[in-house]
Ligand binder design. Sequence first.
Ligand SMILES: Cc1cc2nc3c(=O)[nH]c(=O)nc-3n(C[C@H](O)[C@H](O)[C@H](O)COP(=O)(O)O)c2cc1C
Length: 260
Amino acid sequence: MNISAITSVFFSPSGGTHRTIKILASALPLPAQELDLTPFSKHKESRCFASDELVIFAVPVYAGRIVPLAAERLAHMKGSQTPAVCLAVYGNRAYEDALLELTDLVQKNGFVPFAAAAALAEHSIMHSVAHGRPDEKDAQKLMTFAQQVWQKLEQVPHADGLKLPPVPGKRPYKPFKAVGFVPAVSSACTRCGRCAARCPSGAISPACPDKTDKARCIFCMGCISVCPVQARHINKALLWAAEKAFALKFGERKEPEFFL
Ligand SMILES: Cc1cc2nc3c(=O)[nH]c(=O)nc-3n(C[C@H](O)[C@H](O)[C@H](O)COP(=O)(O)O)c2cc1C
């Protein structure tokens, strides 16, 4: 089939999912437009895609699921039998039901998911786990996958001829239960507001960026990743202990998995 446009739709508080989708999109023959659904300002963004477009969806895995906030935003993306590629990006523990949930969600919204991948990115809390990923080896695999995606599209006249092989995961999905750390703010904060602009949940008000609404925080670490003066942080002792235990259990390198 002929594809007129490609759009990368993603949610990526600390940037790993964005880096991954960018690598994938870079190996496709048309330039991809980016639609970043991460900032709170995008929580009502809605888009309709035509049947001759290709949409790549990418979300991070939280507690083996799609973070509900991202799922809500993706629900405003509507397809008309639009072919879609689904990408779940995780931090070397497990992706459990997240990829299945993503493919189900986009299918419900009028897309035809025909290719999917579970890819690795640096763990956004435990940075020593999957450190530096996606790396060169990941990039090669993602780019080969992108070429296969395009070949699969070229082999059919319409999206209804596309099929997705089964992806891992169980229905009903495991209950979503993400636990995490709410970042603290030190006196180094210059109130520049970058954290508030990145925060996906509206937990940081632009007027008071040195505060975090604990009830709204989704523990995504986005604010820490954009702070230019490292004023936002997690309690070092707590993190050190948690990271040590986590790395022992989940430190062994996992490889991306592709379904098409
Ligand atoms: C609250 C939270 C929960 C997470 N849960 C998982 C998980 O269940 N499995 C896993 O392998 N990684 C998990 N991660 C790691 C992220 O999936 C991974 O770092 C991802 O790349 C983050 O995407 P981003 O950099 O685009 O924000 C979690 C991260 C956070 C912040």
